[in-house]
Design a protein around this ligand. Structure first.
Ligand code: ATP
Ligand code: MG
Length: 413
């Protein structure tokens, strides 16, 4: 009986120097183990060897494929294939093993054999492709087409071992989470900020989320649902946290005391101040936002500059050059879109015409006069910490399509 295993490919790690490569491979292995455990997969071995990671062993192809889909959500992984490993003695033996593996799979199909070889052998990859191709044609395959086959038979030869497979599950690529530092992502649960958080995970950051609650319990429940998607599907290798700061006292002061067209800017500055304080407390080295240039009024170049003035911490905006459709496509791909879409826009600040060209001295003046600066320390102290891994969504949270609140604003004119 053959045993199935997973062959896991990574790319960027391979470009590093020896020491960092070791460290990153170790991280990748640990994160894959965490992905397996988090998805209830028990009793598998995971190890790195020869610039690949291997996961072993599976009863059958179906089980291996199911687990491959989990492993393909670990950052750093380029692709995963369920494979069968066999030992071969010479080229004829290899072709015989390949014929056995593929003969039922190629029946009636136009196919191509793709061979890849590592190590020293007295034959080439081309020899394998040619001989195995001929053998499979005799087994009832319909024909060979190298450019546009219906079926691809993959053969990977590593010294004395050969691996057969026909499925490649694509992963995100990037770097293993934990290889870069810790960041704190300003997470509204809307469409953009989950994608921004995902992009930083992909660059190897440990990403914790910070949610500013404007609309009470239903608002938090909605954001939590989106955060759970990210945590369960993508945040492996650490314990992801969702920090919650209730900013209603600040929203109230801003509504009462700041002229309408500056309210969004003053609120965004307050968010940055709160986030910076919390970042320092939890050891995060940068903030992340889902801003994209020109998407809404607070995201004009001028306004971003005025918002940035409120803090001195590094602020990363991975979506700055993306347009909305690109962000939506990414949100669909990573699985956050459906939950994010349920968050309804809500104009908590009652702003109909926000400024697109804020002046720094005015923003500072309104901010000071509003009295919100006295609240910053206190609100950070009161921040709530939710462990996203262990948190279960209540059935009420799962099923209610609640009318969620969201600070909204007009598009820049
Ligand atoms: P998103 O879809 O992420 O809500 P957006 O395009 O609606 O983004 P804004 O509402 O202006 O943009 O917010 C810009 C960024 O500020 C967000 O991407 C997010 O990083 C942060 N942000 C906005 N509202 C909140 C909130 N309630 N809690 C945490 N961060 C927020
Ligand atoms: Mg938003």
């Amino acid at each position: 009986m053959v045993e199935w295993m997973l062959l896991v490919r990574y790319s960027e790690i391979a470009l590093k120097g020896r020491a960092s490569r070791r460290r990153m491979e170790r991280l990748l292995v640990e994160n894959i183990r965490d992905a397996l455990a988090s998805n209830g997969v028990k009793g598998k071995r995971v190890w790195a060897r020869d610039a690949r990671v291997w996961v072993c062993c599976f009863r059958d192809e179906v089980e291996a494929f199911r687990v491959a889909e989990h492993v393909a959500r670990v950052m750093g992984v380029v692709s995963v294939s369920p494979v069968v490993e066999q030992v071969f003695h010479d080229l004829n033996h290899l072709v015989e093993l390949g014929r056995e593996f593929f003969k039922e799979r190629v029946k009636g199909k136009v196919f191509a054999v793709r061979a890849h070889r590592v190590g020293e052998h007295d034959f080439t990859s081309k020899d394998v492709e040619k001989l195995l191709g001929e053998a499979l044609l005799k087994e009832g395959a319909r024909g060979v087409n190298l450019e546009n086959p219906e079926y691809e038979a993959f053969v990977e030869i590593r010294w004395g071992q050969v691996y057969f497979y026909d499925k490649i599950v694509r992963g995100p690529g990037g770097l293993p989470v934990g290889s870069e530092g810790v960041v704190l992502s300003l997470f509204s649960g809307g469409i953009d900020s989950p994608v921004a958080s995902w992009m930083m995970l992909k660059r190897g950051c440990i990403v914790h989320l910070l949610f500013f609650n404007i609309g009470g319990k239903p608002h938090l429940e909605g954001a939590l649902r989106v955060a759970k998607v990210l945590a369960d599907k993508w945040m492996y290798g650490y314990k992801p946290k969702l920090y919650v700061i209730d900013v209603r006292p600040i929203v109230q002061l801003i509504s009462d005391r700041v002229p309408e067209h500056y309210r969004i800017i003053v609120l965004r500055r307050a968010m940055m101040r709160l986030a910076e304080k919390l970042a320092l407390r939890i050891g995060a080295e940068a903030l992340v936002t889902g801003e994209s240039l020109g998407q809404v009024a607070s995201q004009t170049l001028r306004n971003l500059r005025v918002i940035d003035d409120a803090t001195s911490i590094l602020v990363l905006r991975p979506l700055i050059g993306f347009d909305k459709q690109e962000i939506v496509n990414k949100a669909i791909e990573i699985g956050t879109y459906e939950e994010s879409k349920k968050l309804q826009e809500y104009c908590a600040l009652g702003v109909s015409k926000p400024t697109t060209r804020a002046k720094l001295d005015e923003a500072r003046k309104f901010e000071e006069e509003s009295g919100i600066l006295d609240l910053i320390d206190k609100l950070v102290e009161l921040a709530e910490e939710i462990d996203l891994r262990s948190t279960k969504l209540s059935s009420q949270t799962m099923h209610r399509r609640n009318q969620l609140l969201h600070a909204c604003e007009a598009k820049p004119s």
